[in-house]
Design a protein around this ligand. Structure first.
Ligand code: ADP
Ligand code: MG
Length: 858
């Protein structure tokens, strides 16, 4: 118990797993806590004595599952092992903590989501506000370290929410900072990373500054990296871990997507009950875990550099042209498996023979994959970003082929890991092993002959070893020099010198065979880790191929096209579709829509239309198409031209965002403020029913002011969906704002949603029809109809109408504001579409524009 006390003193913040034979035991408060968290039986040690102490235990072979559950609840676990074999030690076995396991440093693969990175995040807050924030992300399972110097808390929160880390370390640039200074950052972080443990770490202590000396990153980022490495090292104790990929994260190099927008758009998480209802699930056709991880990262951090985006598009295009080969490519990528994590596991000393088998399979598949890509034409390799000679680590691959049996097992029980031909000594021992059992069979035959007992058997059990079994009827024929071992129901078990000798020989061969296998395994693992970095690089290349293959697969299956991405200030989408709603609606049921925004010409669209018409869907689809385009993917549209967007900013009116549990006007306005502060003339702003969270006049006033500011001052490309009909008047006073509406039609008293976005303000709200669809009783509906007529009749009632529950009506005001509307409607009605040619249609439009439009032809 002294050992336990020492371990607990050294790791007071951990639950200590104390190894006793085949169990990990917990004592005292740890036992009480863990038995509660894990549902273990609580017992006690030294029961009835003065030093009685609570105790709970888990079998050591099942420990991983329990540890994972404790980590998920935010605990840390210290593993206190026996440092020597109890059989060879006299007195107390030496024990010590060999490892501290925390969510961000847990590398045992089977517990991890393989399609996501497992980040340990380190945040260093600058001493003064102007110093900014340092961020480091360390993934021990993929040997990656990303470092960033960020300007402020909002950049930090965006990065943290993108990374979704498993654990966050928080510290200050100051060595002697008081914890209170970190409180605001801490609470902001806990909001974006719900449930993720946040630990205040001591600055300076354990900093691994020497490791990041050469790192070309801002000083605070370096400090954050040093603290992440120091923390991981402290958890790993004497073991080392590789860092093979160092990256600099630059917030300004990525398309800015804040957390609210990412959630609103269902990029990688779903706001509904169905976890697969997110964009990532729609575009993820990757075949390897490393590919899946890369795709996820690209989706959450699209680019703003045209050249790089086009290079990625070229890759998708090259594989799209590969057509039927893609299927074969997919299955090879599946065979590649998770080379990245396997090779890291080898370096961490956590790999087993099965991993070596997977590595061999992966390297072989990689070779065939590169050959296959070679058949795509002379240029394909370059387009796909392959180096002129891909390093397939051939010598290691051949070594594995020479060494391993067909299917090495994680734990070699009776089976072998290595081929007999691989090692002369192993071959001999292996033969001894097999010949041993053959000689046993021969001995059995000989003993039968010698004694005349035909039913005599030579057998083996783990407990008794080898023996001869003779049935009771033949007892008399047993030679005198045989020793009796055991009596069983069917007869007696004996042994004899000859059998003992042979048994010892077999056992010896078996032991030596195992020992030799262990030696060879250690040597081979060492060899693999020497090549670790090369394999890691190959894995990264294959992951990019997997991503390109996935995107081309989706493009081919769902008819996505390559968007023209450039530095223009335009956003033109022809027949765009919403990638998720389209899938749900079923093939051909989704109504595609256009958008055309040009900064300085027409950059604000005010979109009106009844509830359920499709406003929100349209807004989101535009944002999703921009994000897809800038991550280098094809997009669900007939054609698109995307002038680079620096940020996608979105805000959903309070009542549309109930899912997030945020319904207060305050939240709505805070986010609107963020948008107004961050939007630039390169941004895409999506505002969905802003101003809903307050009384009508307030809401309208705010919505108007926000729209006007974006239109006149910021001049960002903006889509503004609103139920405030008054807002459509804004378009009349601005040269760069236009009205659009999502059309609906009344058919035999029922409203039919056409989901088509057309120019002009909504003429009707169809509120009552929607109410009918929703099942409001006829009595109430007819009363509503009567009221509506009253409101319509009196001009001053317009303001009253705004206060009415269905605040989105007010088509009458629209008619008043546009006296030509009735005339235009009549003219439209008179057109015979069956006879009209395209040219005539254009002519008609031009006439109408002259007659009714505010602006003549440009
Ligand atoms: P609004 O925001 O105008 O109230 P939504 O965008 O929420 O309307 O759309 C309501 C429903 O209409 C969606 O759930 C979707 O199923 C359907 N919908 C929207 N747009 C389309 C479209 N273009 N094609 C087919 N169905 C659509
Ligand atoms: Mg909506």
């Amino acid at each position: 118990m002294l050992q336990h006390a020492a371990a607990k003193t050294a790791h007071p913040d951990c639950i200590v797993f104390f190894r006793l034979g085949d169990f990990y035991e917990m004592f005292g408060d740890d036992a009480v806590l863990a038995s509660g968290e894990l549902g273990l039986t609580l017992t006690s040690r030294n029961k009835g004595k003065p030093d009685e102490i609570p105790m709970a235990g888990v079998p050591h072979h099942a420990a991983h599952g329990y540890i994972a559950r404790l980590l998920a609840k935010g605990h840390k676990v210290a593993i206190c092992e026996q440092l020597a074999d109890p059989a060879t030690v006299r007195g107390i076995v030496p024990r010590d903590v060999v490892r501290v396991i925390t969510p961000g440093t847990w590398t045992e693969a089977d517990q991890l989501g393989e399609r996501e990175n497992s980040w340990l995040c380190s945040v260093v807050v600058g001493a003064e506000p102007g110093h900014g924030v340092g961020l480091a992300l360390l993934d021990l399972t993929t040997a990656e370290l990303l470092v960033a110097g960020l300007a402020d808390a909002s950049e930090l929160l965006a990065e943290v929410s993108r990374a979704a880390p498993r654990e966050i370390l928080l510290s200050s640039e100051l060595t002697s900072a008081d914890a209170a200074a970190l409180v605001p950052v801490r609470s902001a972080l806990s909001e974006v990373a719900r449930g993720t443990p946040i630990r205040l770490v001591e600055s300076a202590a354990g900093d691994a500054l020497a490791d990041v000396e050469g790192l070309d990153a801002p000083p605070l980022g370096r400090l954050a990296a040093a603290r992440a490495l120091g923390y991981a090292r402290a958890c790993y104790k004497q073991r080392d871990f590789p860092v093979w990929r160092l990256g600099l994260l630059r917030a300004s190099a990525a398309l800015g997507i804040d957390r609210a927008t990412s959630l609103h758009l269902d990029l990688a998480t779903s706001s509904s009950d169905d976890p697969s209802a997110c964009l990532l699930a729609v575009i993820d056709r990757t075949h390897s875990p490393a590919g899946a991880r890369l795709l996820r990262r690209r989706l959450l951090a699209p680019l703003i550099d045209v050249a790089t985006i086009r290079r990625r598009q070229d890759q998708v295009e090259a594989l799209l042209e590969a057509g039927r080969l893609r299927k074969e490519l997919g299955s090879l990528l599946g065979e590649v498996g998770d080379l990245e994590r396997i090779v890291v596991r080898v370096s961490l000393g956590e790999a087993n023979p099965r991993d070596l088998g997977l590595l061999r399979r992966g390297l072989l598949a990689a070779g065939r994959l590169v050959d296959l890509l070679g058949t795509l034409g002379p240029d394909a390799g370059r387009v796909l970003g392959l180096p002129s000679a891909v390093d397939l680590v051939p010598e290691l691959c051949q070594h594995l082929v020479r060494a391993l049996v067909e299917r090495p097992l994680a734990q070699a029980k009776d089976s072998a890991t290595f081929l007999p031909s691989y090692d002369a000594e192993l071959g001999v021992l292996g033969e001894l092993r097999t010949s041993g059992s053959e000689r046993m069979v021969a001995l059995e035959v000989a003993l039968r002959e010698r004694t005349g007992i035909s039913s005599l058997r030579v057998r083996f059990t783990r407990v008794f070893g080898w023996y001869v079994e003779v049935s009771r009827t033949h007892q008399a024929k047993v030679p005198a020099d045989w020793r009796r071992k055991q009596t069983v129901a069917g007869g007696e078990r004996f042994t004899l010198a000859e059998l003992d000798d042979l048994a010892a020989e077999i056992l010896g061969a078996e032991e030596r065979f195992r020992a030799r296998e262990q030696e060879l395994l250690a040597a081979l693992l060492l060899e693999v880790s020497l090549h670790g970095e090369r394999i890691h690089r190959l894995a990264a290349t294959l992951a990019t191929i997997d991503v390109a293959a996935s995107l081309s697969e989706v493009a081919a299956e769902f008819g996505y096209v390559r968007p023209l991405v450039d530095d223009s200030a335009e956003l033109v989408i022809q027949d765009g579709r919403h990638p998720l709603v389209e899938r749900r609606a079923g093939l051909g049921r989704f109504v595609p829509n256009d958008v055309l925004l040009r900064v300085g010409h027409e950059h604000l669209w005010i979109i009106s239309g009844p509830n359920m018409a499709g406003k929100s869907t349209f807004l989101r689809q535009v944002a999703l198409i921009v994000i897809l385009a800038q991550m280098g993917a094809y997009v669900p549209a007939a054609a698109a031209r995307i002038g680079i967007v620096d940020r996608v900013l979105s805000r959903v009116g309070a009542s549309d965002n109930l899912a997030g549990g945020e319904s207060t006007f305050m939240v709505e306005m805070r986010e609107t403020a963020t948008i107004l502060r961050n939007a630039t003339s390169r941004s895409l702003v999506i505002l969905d029913e802003v101003g809903r969270g307050t009384s009508t006049y307030d809401g309208l006033a705010i919505a108007w002011a926000v729209a006007e500011h974006l239109d006149q001052v910021v001049r960002s490309r903006t889509l503004f969906a609103t139920h405030y009909h008054e807002l459509t008047e804004l378009a009349g006073s601005s040269a760069t704002a236009t009205n659009h509406c999502v059309s609906a039609r009344e058919h035999q008293g029922e409203v039919v949603f056409l989901h088509r976005v057309v120019a002009g303000a909504a003429s009707r709200s169809y509120g009552i029809e929607v109410a009918r669809l929703a099942g409001v009783p006829e009595l109430v509906l007819s009363r509503a109809r009567a009221l509506l007529t009253t409101f319509e009749g009196s001009a001053p009632a317009r303001s009253l109408a705004l206060e009415a529950p269905s605040a989105q009506l007010d088509l009458f005001a629209a008619r008043a504001a546009h006296p030509g509307l009735a005339e235009l409607e009549a003219a439209l009605g008179a057109v015979d579409l069956d006879r009209l040619t395209g040219l005539e249609a254009l002519q008609l439009l031009a006439n109408w524009q002259k007659q009714f439009g505010r602006r003549g032809p440009a």
